[in-house]
Design a protein around this ligand. Structure first.
Ligand SMILES: [Zn+2]
Length: 168
């Protein structure tokens, strides 16, 4: 390398370097402030930028962001798009959704196409819908047991569920 080349004023950092810098700032652990990043992009020459990029490449990756799973719902009975769903927590703590249908007088639980994350607390079954179901099928919509006593059949809901879920 001749003296003149060595003395040559370094060129400003290239767009490719700046793009790489942005990508690395996004994925690596670093302590650069937004101000110093701005300054770097505005003033750094190719060599300085290259040094920063190299040091960033030695940095560990940022921990993976926790993917938001939406509003978490509690286990219970839900009604969505006219269908009744039961959300239960499995032994391993995972929420499972079943679609409820009454076939030949018996409650059936079918695999649901909706994931738990599709439900919100607003989808919880209302007392009117629950008792409507109870009156129609003679089955409690909250625990899916057959309604046996006269009062429960009239109410469309069992006394325990009525108190537990609707506070009466
Ligand atoms: Zn019940």
């Amino acid at each position: 390398m001749s003296a003149t080349t060595a003395m040559k004023k370094p060129r400003p950092a290239t767009d490719e370097q700046k793009d790489l810098l942005d990508r690395l700032l996004g994925e690596r652990v670093h302590y650069l402030t937004p101000e110093s990043v701005e300054l770097l992009k505005a003033k750094a020459n190719t060599r300085d930028m290259s040094a920063v990029i190299k040091s960033l490449l030695r940095q560990p990756y940022k921990p993976k962001p926790v993917v938001p799973t939406g509003v978490s719902v509690e286990p219970g009975v839900y009604k969505k798009d006219g269908e009744i769903y039961e959300i239960k927590r499995s032994g391993s703590g995972v929420l499972r959704v079943k679609r409820i249908a009454v076939v030949a007088g018996k409650v059936r639980r079918y695999a649901a196409l909706l994931r738990p994350s599709r439900f919100t607390p607003a989808d919880r079954i209302t007392e009117d819908d629950a008792t409507g179901f109870g009156k129609e099928y003679g089955i409690c919509c909250m625990c899916f047991r057959l309604l046996t006593d006269l009062q429960s059949i009239r109410d469309g809901i069992g006394p325990v569920c009525k108190k537990k879920h609707f506070g009466r």
